[in-house]
Design a protein around this ligand. Structure first.
Ligand code: TRP
Length: 454
């Protein structure tokens, strides 16, 4: 039998696990990345491929991560080590546990910077700075702020401190206690914004941009982006779901809850698109690449609409809440590794790791000011880190995790741990994690290599 409880804590109910896991899944990726890449890479055609990636790869890997965590009830490092030993496999599998935690830490180092921007934008929009809706004003605010090393660092430090404070307080008193309010609040604000977009924006144009399929835009690169985003948006391949799985009540069905989480995440990404694009198109603004979409174009749009100051502020509060619930999930697994390995207190681990993430985040902060020049592959530090983690590390670590769950851990152990409601569901998952997910990830990788070399 797997142990009933982790030494690090336990979710009080299935519901709080759902909140935490969905909180991890729903983040900047849903609001800043998804709507944009969907529009860019072929609208409905891309959404279809993305959904396929979620079903074929996301669902099985999410369950695999949660199952490893639940079986081990420890940090990803020691859970993987215990499971490998129990299966008579190499203890080197623990390096995959490390890889999970390191990937999470790297992602947090740039995530916290963008989340910091949203804090700044709450202040600015509430102060009515965008009320004019003049492009020149908004652009100046954006350029002056992002190019201001100490301002960006200040806000990013503030965000990181809030995140590490929550982590330092632990699973029940920190993560659970805050997400109880943060998640419903975030969803309520998003729904308000969708209502606003429907009544004041160009809803039809938004729908068209997001859903009208353009199969010619669906390149190999687009498929790779869809796959990378499926991992990113579900928070896979970086220890988050593994450590959250370690806190799940023993009897809850993992396949079932994975469906709930994936559906909630996708639903919110689509809602975000339905809030964003009608607002942009109402002012005839072009959606564009990356952070510029929400920090540059969106404020102009809000400025041109009725009650723009109010709804603009609502938007950035919503964004900050979504980022917060994701950020905490990126570092929790590294914190548990430190607690287990060096027997330090949670507060100590959270503090030291906070400093490490902060130091790394300097690279991203500089990427918008003194070091915005490309370093490699035409990308600066921030773009490189984003690209390497999302498109390389997340798929590779997830591939390893699928292979570990599907081929190393013994089948009866999995059956006992998953708590699938029926044999058929288990068999379906088992086939997916052994064959479908690894082959899909491998194929996309191979074609990507072909793509890069051509
Ligand atoms: N899923 C979050 C988003 O869409 C980001 C995130 C949270 C994440 N936890 C993660 C990404 C772990 C990778 C790994 O913004």
């Amino acid at each position: 039998m797997s142990k009933a409880e982790s030494l690090h804590g336990q979710w009080r109910s299935r519901w709080t696990y759902f909140l935490a896991a969905t909180g991890s899944a729903v983040g900047l990726g849903n609001i800043w990345k998804f709507p944009y890449i969907a529009g860019e890479y072929g609208g409905g055609a891309f959404v279809l491929v993305y959904l396929l990636c979620i079903v074929v790869v996301g669902w099985p890997v999410l369950i695999a991560e949660a199952a490893i965590g639940r079986r081990g009830r420890k940090s990803p490092l020691n859970s993987m080590l215990d499971l490998a030993r129990a299966a008579g496999a190499s203890p080197h599998w623990r390096w995959l546990g490390w890889a999970h935690a390191v990937t999470g830490l790297l992602i947090l180092s740039f995530y916290t910077v963008i989340a910091g921007w949203s804090l700044f934008y709450i202040v600015e929009s509430a102060a009515g700075i965008f009320a004019t809706g003049e492009r020149a004003v908004v652009e100046r605010v954006f350029r002056d702020f992002t190019g201001d090393f100490s301002a960006v660092l200040g806000y990013s430090t503030l965000f990181l401190s809030i995140t590490m404070l929550c982590i330092g307080r632990g699973v029940e008193k920190g993560i659970e206690a805050s997400l109880r309010y943060v998640m419903p609040g975030m969803l309520a604000l998003l729904l308000v914004l969708v209502g606003y977009a429907m009544s004041s924006g160009d809803f039809e144009a938004g729908l068209r941009f997001l859903f009208a399929p353009d199969f010619s835009a669906l390149t190999v690169n687009a498929v790779l982006v869809a796959l990378g985003h499926a991992f990113f948006t579900l928070g896979l391949g970086a220890g988050a779901m593994m450590i959250y799985g370690a806190y799940t009540p023993a009897r809850m069905s993992l396949p079932r809850s994975a469906v709930d989480i994936a559906v909630a995440d996708t639903f919110i990404a689509l809602l975000a698109g339905l809030a964003l694009f009608p607002i942009l198109f109402a002012s005839d603004l072009e959606p564009q690449q990356g952070p510029g979409l929400i920090f540059l174009t969106l404020p102009i749009a809000f400025g041109n609409m009725p009650f723009g100051t109010l709804f603009g502020t609502v938007f950035f509060v919503m964004l900050a809440l979504a980022a917060y619930s994701s950020a905490i999930s990126m570092i929790e697994s590294m914190v548990t590794i430190w607690i287990e390995k060096w027997r330090v207190s949670r507060a100590f681990a959270a503090t030291v790791l906070g400093v490490i993430v902060w130091l790394l985040s300097l690279g991203t902060v500089m990427s918008f000011s003194i070091a915005h020049e490309p370093l490699l592959w035409d990308k600066n530090f921030f773009q490189l880190l984003d690209y390497i983690t999302s498109n390389l590390l997340l798929p590779l670590v997830s591939l390893g995790t699928a292979i570990f769950a599907g081929w190393v851990v013994r089948r009866p152990v999995l059956e006992e741990t998953l708590r699938a409601r029926s044999r058929a569901v288990f068999t379906l998952w088992y086939g997916a994690v052994r064959w479908l997910a690894p082959i899909a990830i491998g194929l996309v990788f191979l074609s990507a290599i072909g793509f890069f070399s051509s």
